[in-house]
Unconditional design. Structure first.
Length: 189
């Protein structure tokens, strides 16, 4: 599966003033660099946890629907969280036409991690092609204040490491960030 961002978040989860306070920076000489580091830290957090920080609309692509017996196992697992809502489930039918599945034909579980979509009567057959199934959904926390403190603190530690050590290192993340982020990781099957 792969994802594509349709509507990105309107802002970053950490403000420049929050970061400067954390770093005890009282000048504006590094504001541009810090803004880049804020974006980089957010992206690192999102890639590591598979959680999107702020409200974003994405599409996730699958080559086919799952087809199991019994039917209750016909479950599409979404790779990013926390999911706010499902916008649409579309597929390319055997004739090559795009079809939209009515929300009456599936149930959603937006509480579990990973969130999932379960067919009511089994999924339809798709054309034998790549990315035949597309799920569009809204994901992320509603506001920066809704983001759990460990995720925010981990991003601050990453920014601090990048700011203090402006060179590449072998270790990818500060150890404390990993410990803070691990409970929030979304694993898909």
């Amino acid at each position: 599966m792969s994802i594509s961002v349709i509507t990105p978040a309107a802002s970053e989860p950490l403000s420049l003033s929050e970061v400067k306070e954390f770093l005890r920076v009282d000048h504006s000489d590094d504001d541009t660099t810090l803004a880049i580091m804020i974006s980089a830290a957010r992206e690192m957090c999102e890639q590591y946890t598979r959680q999107i920080m702020l409200t974003t609309t994405i599409e996730e692509f699958y080559d086919t629907f799952p087809n199991y017996t019994p039917q209750w196992m016909d479950t599409v697992y979404l790779s990013r969280g926390p999911v706010q809502s499902i916008t649409s489930v579309k597929y390319v039918d055997s004739l090559g036409d795009e079809q939209t599945i009515s929300s009456e034909n599936y149930r959603t579980d937006l509480i579990s991690q990973p969130s999932r979509i379960v067919s009511e009567n089994g999924w339809n057959a798709t054309k034998d092609t790549v990315n035949a199934v597309v799920v569009r959904y809204v994901v992320g926390y509603s506001s920066a204040s809704d983001i759990p403190a460990p995720l925010r603190q981990g991003m601050l530690l990453v920014i601090s490491e990048m700011y203090e050590n402006r060179m590449d290192s072998v270790k990818r993340l500060p150890t404390a960030s990993e410990y803070l982020w691990n409970p929030f990781r979304v694993f898909t099957f």
